[in-house]
Design a protein around this ligand. Structure first.
Ligand code: ADP
Ligand code: MG
Ligand code: MG
Length: 250
């Protein structure tokens, strides 16, 4: 699915990622943990193709394609989903409109027909019911006045509709209450499948109480300093990050 080799990036001439290597196979959930400022969000953004990050070395292969050569929208169409892709409020553009446009872009890329309005309505109604959302939600402006929990549900709804192969969730942790954590966890667990992979970025272990990852990696100073199974997250919760962190100039 995804092979990252010795990835190096800088932001405004400052090296951030200093040689990341990571292989994600279909069906796997990889948790990326680490102290604040270690480069977790940078890694998510570089994979999604956000501007402002300069790749200075290494390679990323996604399903046999050179990911770094692809524009952000090409990456999305090829099956990469970054939660908070649409963080901004888009007043006047309804949620249902954006969802349908995004789904049809993905379908065209796959060589499938576009869904017609009636089929789409049926599809989306089934999904929102499963997520415990009100139908009104579909007709509101994108993220307009959404509560934290609604934004989370909306992210999960986007994932459920778009059916990406690789979901990247950067749970920046700020303001994620226990209800929001459960929304994310239930959504991820429901979408787990042998064909779909997840990269879950989280500072705290608590999200992993609800989602059992296959692998846990610790990022510190732009490098993966330790990898292990789910038990590593528990160990980090107990001991903090100090014992795995290495000085940057190792
Ligand atoms: P994390 O998500 O692990 O907290 P980030 O990827 O957000 O870490 O940040 C890693 C480092 O890169 C930090 O030192 C941060 O200050 C720096 N950084 C991130 N984005 C920018 C930016 N746009 N401009 C300058 N420095 C940045
Ligand atoms: Mg941070
Ligand atoms: Mg971050």
């Amino acid at each position: 699915m995804l092979t990252i080799e010795n990835l190096q990036t800088q932001v405004e001439d400052k090296p951030i990622l200093k040689g990341i290597s990571l292989t994600v196979n279909p069906g796997e959930i990889h948790a990326i943990m680490g102290p604040n400022g270690s480069g977790k969000s940078t890694l998510s953004h570089v994979l999604a193709g956000r501007s402002g990050y300069e790749v200075t070395g290494g390679s990323v292969d996604f399903k046999g394609q050179n990911l770094l050569d692809m524009k952000p929208e090409e990456r999305a169409r090829a099956g990469i989903f970054l939660a908070f892709q649409y963080p901004v409020e888009i007043p006047g553009v309804s949620n249902i409109y954006l969802l349908k446009a995004a789904l049809n872009a993905v379908r065209r890329h796959r060589g499938d027909n576009e869904v017609d309005a009636m089929d789409f309505l049926q599809l989306v109604k089934g999904k929102i019911k499963a997520l415990g959302l009100d139908e009104q939600f579909l007709y509101r402006g994108v993220n307009e006045g959404f509560s934290g929990g609604e934004k989370k549900r909306n992210e999960i709804l986007q994932m459920a509709i778009l059916e990406p192969s690789l979901c990247i969730l950067d749970e920046t942790d700020s303001g994620l209450d226990i209800d929001a954590l459960k929304i994310v966890a239930d959504g991820v667990n429901a979408l787990r499948s042998p064909e779909r992979s997840f990269i879950l970025v989280t500072h705290y272990q608590r999200l992993l109480d609800y989602i059992k990852p296959d692998f846990v990696h610790v990022l510190a100073h732009g490098r993966i300093v330790k990898s292990g199974g789910p038990e590593l997250a528990l160990e980090l919760e107990e001991k903090g990050y100090g014992w795995v962190e290495q000085p940057a100039a190792a």
